[in-house]
Design a protein around this ligand. Structure first.
Ligand SMILES: [Zn+2]
Length: 279
């Protein structure tokens, strides 16, 4: 995102908010905003009905190239707290660099604090182990801002960690006996998941771009070596390139979701599809 464009948007939104006399804080709840949909669920898990959360990047938009609309910027400048994904998400770094121009009061929580970042890859929300750290970071932040509700947040955290632990055991069981532990994905979103469960992920795209011929042949060779017969994609990837790769490998195409609105159900769905492809 161009910095100059962002400053323009911030100023436009500031003018917009000055002429708007609706009270943003009339719900009495803490107003939070976060970058992508999965984090709204994590904030809800801990904050429950004491926190109202907006999502900056709408579902379906490409999180790697998105530019916020004036409405979204307005929500940003009327929020009490920003939960950023962190992990070197460029979009956020550019945005939050300038946030104090329009909202000097906003608190910023880096949800990736304490997570070991792999190759500057932001997709930390797709692995149960990392999600537990994210939930803890959200808890610490909410307990500091609303200390009178610390035990409420603590109970919610404990219950959420319990749920994440239970899907973690289910997923471990799915991969336990697999000898071919390789899978191929188009979008580079599954490194943390692969790392947690001892799997090898082959990634088609490089730096969020379509592969060149060199990369294509390298990826195809690797996939053939392991006898992979399923290419995993998501809605945002290039259709032509995925079909071309699947044709070359004589593989079928399966969708897995990197921006879920239901973390638990999605992790089970993804793990079921990946483990079935390893039979
Ligand atoms: Zn992504």
């Amino acid at each position: 995102m161009q910095k100059i464009a962002l400053i323009y948007l911030l100023l436009a939104a500031l003018l917009f908010s000055c002429t708007d006399n609706q009270n943003q804080h009339n719900s009495g709840k803490l107003k939070a905003i976060t970058t992508i949909l999965p984090f709204k669920e994590f904030i809800n898990m801990v904050g429950a009905d004491l926190v109202e959360t907006e999502v900056l990047i709408p579902p379906g938009a490409d999180a790697h190239t998105y530019e916020p609309s004036p409405l979204k910027i307005k929500q940003l400048i009327t929020s009490d707290i920003y939960f950023k994904v962190g992990a070197g998400f460029n979009f956020e770094n550019n945005l939050l660099d300038d946030i104090d121009i329009v909202n000097g009061e906003i608190k910023i929580t880096d949800c990736s604090e304490g997570i070991k970042i792999i190759d500057n890859n932001p997709h930390i929300w797709l692995s149960p182990r990392e999600v537990k750290i994210i939930l803890n970071n959200i808890y610490n932040s909410l307990a500091a801002i609303l200390p009178e509700h610390k035990s409420f947040f603590g109970k919610n955290l404990e219950r959420s960690i319990g749920k994440v632990d239970s899907i973690d055991s289910i997923i471990k069981g799915m991969f336990y006996s697999k000898s071919n532990r390789h899978f191929i994905v188009y979008h580079d979103a599954w490194k943390y998941f692969a790392e947690q469960y001892g799997l090898n992920v082959i990634v088609v795209e490089k730096d969020a771009k379509e592969p060149d011929l060199n990369r294509m042949s390298q990826v195809l060779n690797e996939a053939r070596r392991y006898g992979l017969t399923t290419l995993f994609i998501d809605r945002q990837v290039s259709k032509e390139a995925s079909i071309a790769i699947a044709d070359e490998l004589d593989a079928k195409i399966e969708m897995i979701e990197p921006l879920p609105d239901d973390f638990i159900a999605n992790m089970i769905d993804v793990a079921t599809k990946l483990s079935a492809s390893m039979d």
